[in-house]
Design a protein around this ligand. Structure first.
Ligand code: ADP
Length: 227
């Protein structure tokens, strides 16, 4: 699903943000990418969003090489992705239902399909009772669940979450991770970029750790016995 092959990103000022980063993420995997501030996490996100191209090497997602994306291909490329940001990024002037429906309207889905699909995803994130609420009437945890509903509503191949628990307390952070895990179980590949080591350690998923732009470890998922 995602292939980085010796990806190096050098900024104009000479800063090496990524240094020969190579990893492969299979379809259906759940992967954490961690590292201290400045390690290169945002650089990976920008790369996978198709916002920046590698200076050297190749980054391929869903068969598209990021370096070779044409302007016309970018919307199609992005449609493979559902994105969750640290700061939720909801539209404050419209309610929960419309925030989620917006993503489907933007790609021209028919009205009837929008209604049933939005209601289904609000159910998944446990927010059916809040569909008429405005974002500022919700807690941080609820706002992030709306963002997650919006990310999955168009059935993306990959969920890309950029510090999704950065504005949540411990309990809500764990709840958000468990929800991502649940969504992953439906077959969507999930990539979570975070520096929240405590959560990463609890969940036992594959963890790719960056330091100064290099991969310093790539720990496989801890398989727990199903006893
Ligand atoms: P993280 O998200 O892990 O904090 P980043 O990917 O943002 O790390 O940054 C990796 C390195 O690249 C850092 O040293 C950062 O200062 C540098 N960097 C990021 N963006 C730019 C830019 N536009 N110009 C110059 N240096 C940058």
């Amino acid at each position: 699903m995602i292939d980085l092959n010796k990806v190096t990103k050098i900024h104009k000022n000479g800063t090496v943000a990524l240094d020969k980063v190579t990893f492969h993420i299979d379809s259906g995997e759940f992967v954490f990418i961690t590292g201290a501030s400045g390690a290169g996490k945002s650089s990976i996100i920008k790369l996978l969003l198709g916002e920046e191209a590698p200076t050297y090497g190749d980054a391929v997602l869903g068969g598209y090489n990021v370096k070779k994306l044409t302007r016309r291909q970018i919307p199609k490329y992005r449609r493979q992705l559902g994105v969750v940001f640290q700061d939720f990024r909801l539209i404050s002037s419209i309610n929960v239902y419309d925030n989620v429906a917006f993503a489907m309207r933007a790609v021209g889905r028919p009205r009837r399909e929008i209604k049933s699909r939005v209601e289904a995803v609000l159910e998944i994130v446990n927010l059916s009772s809040k569909k008429n609420s405005m974002p500022d009437q919700l807690s941080g945890g609820e706002q992030q669940r709306v963002a997650l509903a919006r990310a999955i509503v168009n059935a993306p191949k990959v969920i890309l979450a950029d510090e999704p628990t950065g504005n949540l307390d411990g309990r809500l952070s764990l709840e958000m991770m468990r929800m991502l895990d649940y969504i992953n179980k439906s077959g969507i590949t999930v990539v979570v970029v975070t520096h929240a080591d405590n959560l990463v350690n609890i969940l036992g998923k594959r963890v790719i750790t960056l330091d100064h732009g290099r991969i310093v470890s790539d720990e496989p998922e801890v398989r727990r016995s199903e006893a």
